[in-house]
Design a protein around this ligand. Structure first.
Ligand SMILES: [Zn+2]
Length: 542
């Protein structure tokens, strides 16, 4: 067998007759050049030029290496030197490039060739445009792989000219590692799996960091909105009502009050109003009123003039000035002193702020959304809240129900926090909550509301050893109390009255658990048709 006699039809089998196509006895594929070009463009876009080049070079290298191996045994070579030189011809036969060997211009060159009409240069120009450097990465990779196998030596090929950078043709040279001198470092990195791993490692880190930033940003905003892309869970009718109201208020530029027990997510709703308002691209500043000493909270809110206090070393504006067309969320305003409340009421009434120790009025543009954990009327009666402040704030009032009054939100919230903490702690741990634990979560009264639920799930994510969060992963106290809620007693009047559907659902789930999830067995024991059971389970979302 001589190199000149090499014909594609002798190497390709299966073109007729169906079945798989083989090339020199190896399964092969006919791939469309443009599809490969698209893959290349997407690799570059996704991974950047360096990593894409490394991947495509190694892909070519593997292709060349395997081709050399297959060719050695596939044909009766008269002279193995012919086989060693066959790589370029095969390139042409496979349609990758038109190949012409050239005289050596340097004694160190093991191979030298011109390439014409490189598919790779063509595709690169088509999808990405002309390049500053050589672009035939799979072709040089192929040549390197083929020759390295054929000569049993490390041979690296590069292009000195390339159609991809608008040279009239590509010019390739191949040398043994030791003949490349100091250039080898630059060349070898495209072949080096470690450097590719590094590039991919860096990329992986980058993606992870990006993901973390994204999660952190969402946490930061602490917003929850379902169906609008954020994180508010509003499966229950009462929460849906609150969200509806919040979204409507978002469109009207008025101050507002959000009321509800501690931990119900009032600040989240306040943030949601901001996010959906015309002020969304302006700052949203949160001031936790009750947590700061009197003087600091006044400075924080209104700013101060130099010398207003011992520590007021310079003039400084407060959040009213800093908000600049945005929103100020004031939490727990009933915890502010009456003096601060009076200043706040005046500021809002006059739409102008006076820095502490200064009489000058500065107008500001900010919407205030205040939150309160107590019943406003009651706190006004008891003298903790100024009526004038409440009146000026209360453009609208949004009540947020405690979690125990919106059971439908419990499991979705639990799942949300489960997913959030798995990501945050980077754990492979539990990704769901088992049925018994679910029942306990829904039956517990949650005095600490959403915040308590969040802490419960956070703890369970850290503790759980299985794939599911189980009862053992929940706080004992919680389990005790939850069970207490529904524990049947001898006296029927002690039992909470549940809707029939709820009782049926619990009973069915209990039976299913007893038979370890075997649905036909459960149907048999319940004496209902399996289809009925399936329908009911579907309805319960179980
Ligand atoms: Zn080229």
């Amino acid at each position: 067998m001589h190199l000149d006699e090499l014909r594609l039809r002798d190497l390709l089998e299966g073109l007729r007759g169906g079945g798989t196509l083989t090339f020199a006895g190896q399964r092969t594929l006919l791939l469309d050049a443009t599809a490969l070009g698209l893959l290349r463009a997407q690799l570059i876009e996704l991974l950047g030029g360096t990593a894409a080049r490394g991947i495509l070079t190694r892909f070519g290298y593997a292709h060349g290496w395997r081709t050399a191996e297959a060719m050695r045994d596939a044909l009766p070579w008269d002279d193995m030197r012919e086989w060693r030189r066959a790589g370029g011809v095969l390139h042409r036969l496979q349609g990758l490039v038109d190949y012409r060997p050239t005289k050596k211009t340097d004694a160190r060159n093991k191979a030298e060739a011109r390439w014409y009409r490189s598919y790779e240069a063509q595709q690169h120009k088509l999808h990405i445009g002309p390049s500053e450097e050589a672009v035939c990465w799979t072709l040089t990779g192929f040549a390197s792989g083929y020759m390295s196998f054929a000569f049993d030596d490390d041979i690296f090929c590069i292009e000195t000219r390339c159609e991809g950078k608008s040279d009239p043709f590509c010019h390739m040279i191949g040398r043994r590692r030791q003949d490349w001198g100091t250039q080898i470092e630059e060349i070898e990195r495209w072949y080096d799996k470690d450097s590719l791993d590094n590039a991919l490692g860096v990329l992986g880190e980058r993606l992870l960091a990006e993901e973390r930033r994204w999660v952190a940003r969402r946490r930061d905003q602490d917003v929850m909105v379902d169906g609008v892309g954020h994180e508010v869970i509003a499966q229950s009718a009462s929460m849906q009502k609150a969200v509806d109201l919040a979204l409507r208020i978002a469109l009207v530029d008025t101050h507002a009050v959000v009321t509800g027990e501690p931990g119900t997510g009032k600040s989240c709703l306040a943030r949601m109003i901001h996010e959906h308002s015309a002020r969304a691209n302006r700052p949203c500043l949160i001031v936790h009123g009750a947590s700061l000493p009197e003087q600091m909270i006044q400075t924080e809110l209104f700013g101060h003039a130099r010398g207003a206090y011992d520590l007021a070393l310079r003039d400084q504006g407060g959040v009213f000035e800093a908000a600049e067309g945005g929103t100020i969320v004031l939490t727990e305003i009933e915890g502010l002193s009456l003096e601060t409340q009076a200043l706040l009421a005046r500021t809002l009434r006059e739409s102008a702020v006076r820095r502490m120790g200064e009489s000058k009025q500065r107008s500001f543009d900010a919407r205030v959304i205040a939150t309160m954990a107590h019943d406003p009327e009651e706190w006004i009666r008891e003298g903790h809240l100024l009526r004038e402040l409440y009146d000026v704030l209360r453009g609208v009032e949004i009540p947020v129900a405690p979690l125990r009054e919106r059971q439908d939100d419990i499991l979705p919230l639990a799942r949300l926090h489960l997913a959030r903490y798995r990501t945050e702690f980077e754990l492979d741990g539990p990704d769901r909550i088992d049925r018994r634990a679910q029942r306990i979560l829904t039956n517990y009264a949650w005095p600490g509301n959403v915040r308590e639920l969040e802490n419960t799930i956070k703890r369970a994510v850290l503790l759980a050893e299985g794939e599911q969060i189980g009862v053992v992963d929940l706080n004992e106290d919680l389990v005790e109390h939850a069970v207490g809620v529904r524990k049947p007693t001898g006296d029927a009047s002690d039992r909470p009255i549940q809707p029939l559907e709820e009782v049926e659902r619990e009973h069915i789930l209990h039976v299913l658990e007893a038979v370890e999830g075997n649905r036909s067995e459960a149907a048999r024991r319940l004496e209902i048709a399996p289809a009925t059971l399936y329908r009911k389970l579907k309805k319960y979302g179980a």
